[in-house]
Design a protein around this ligand. Sequence first.
Ligand SMILES: [Fe+2]
Length: 156
Amino acid sequence: MKANIGITENDLREVSLLLNKLLADETVLYIKTRNYHWNIEGDNFIEMHTFYENQYKQLEEIIDEVAERIRFLGHYAEGRLKDFLKLTHLQEQDYTSDQKVQLANLLIDHESIIVSIRKEINAVNDKFHDAGTTDFITGIMTQHEKMAWFIRSYLK
Ligand SMILES: [Fe+2]
């Protein structure tokens, strides 16, 4: 059934596509963070292993919320890896167990998601008239700002 929530069909479709792109970004970043949790090496192994675990758990929650919001809007959430790779704007790098490289890669992704959400906030609100999604993605942006700060604090 269509969602009759005061937003046109076209706007619901546009916002759902934006959210599916965000879902793809979050999924790629989740997998990358989880891989670093597995492959990190160094004399602070347990600290970094746990640090990455805390971050991928936050991303896992974000992923679920983004997918469910797409359903609130009456559309289907993407769920195939090939679709995520088509939709994401993030890059996958070579494998590394080096902490500095791992953190630098993650920081690029978090900051890139922050910049992309910040651009979408205006479109979602002014062009597609979806105040709920505007508020929702603003909250996600804030979570990434905090995760990015944690990562940046290791890189000074
Ligand atoms: Fe684990």
